[in-house]
Design a protein around this ligand. Structure first.
Ligand code: AMP
Length: 181
C-alpha cells in the first residue's frame, strides 16, 4: 500500500465545510487504497482525517514530536505512532516514508509543511506528487501569491503547474493516481 501524507490544520476552521471535507477525504483515501501518514494528533482537521480513515478500516501512521503529545492529543487508535524529537524530524520522516502529499486547509504549520515539500521538489530532492484539497477555494489567495511570484520571475511556472489542485476528494485522489508511478 502506498502512503499518503496529509498536512492540515490542528484547528477546525470557522466553517463546517472544512470539517466535512476532512472527514470525506479520510474516508475516500482509504477507499482509494492509500495508507495515511499525518501528524498524529486528535485535534482539528488532523483528528478528523485520521478518525475517518480509521473508521473506514484504514492503516494510519502518526508522527508527532514528544512536546506535542498533550497539546495535540496523540490519537490513541493509530496502528503506528512515531514519537520524534522535534518538528524537523517529523517533517523529515514524513518526507522519507510517504509516496505523495496532500494539504487540506490549515494554518502556519500546514503551509510550512506544504512549502517544504514544494521547495524540495523544486530542487529535485523529492519526486513525489503534491496536491491541494481546495475546499471552498481556501487555497485561492495562497495560489495567487505563488502566481504573483511566478509573474515576477521568482518561481518557474512549471512548479506551480505541477501542483495537483481539486475541489473534491475523489477528483484529487484520481489526479494523484495518474501522477504516482
Ligand atoms: P497548523 O496548520 O498551524 O494548525 O499546524 C498543523 C500541524 O503542523 C500541527 O501539528 C503543527 O504542530 C505542525 N507544525 C507547525 N509547524 C511545523 C513545522 N515547522 N514542521 C512540522 N510541523 C509543523
Amino acid at each position: 500500500m502506498k502512503k499518503l501524507c496529509v498536512f492540515c490544520g490542528a484547528r477546525s476552521g470557522n466553517r463546517p465545510a472544512y470539517r466535512t471535507a476532512a472527514q470525506a477525504f479520510g474516508t475516500a483515501l482509504v477507499h482509494a487504497k492509500w495508507d495515511l501518514v499525518y501528524g498524529g494528533g486528535r485535534v482539528g482537521l488532523m483528528g478528523e482525517v485520521a478518525q475517518a480513515a480509521l473508521d473506514a478500516g484504514g492503516y494510519v501512521t502518526g508522527i508527532i514530536p514528544g512536546f506535542l503529545h498533550s497539546r495535540e492529543a496523540v490519537h490513541p487508535g493509530l496502528q503506528v505512532c512515531h514519537t520524534v524529537g522535534d518538528l524537523f524530524e517529523r517533517k523529515s520522516m514524513m518526507l522519507e516514508i510517504s509516496d505523495a502529499f496532500v494539504a487540506l486547509p490549515g494554518g502556519v504549520g500546514t503551509y510550512d509543511e506544504l512549502l517544504e515539500v514544494i521547495a524540495w521538489r523544486q530542487l529535485r530532492q523529492l519526486n513525489k506528487p503534491i496536491g491541494l484539497l481546495n475546499v471552498d477555494n481556501f487555497f485561492a489567495p495562497w495560489l495567487g501569491a505563488l502566481a504573483h511570484a511566478a509573474t515576477e520571475g521568482f518561481i518557474a511556472q512549471a512548479e506551480i503547474d505541477g501542483l495537483l489542485v481539486a475541489a473534491t476528494p475523489e477528483e484529487l485522489l484520481a489526479k494523484l493516481v495518474q501522477s504516482t508511478p
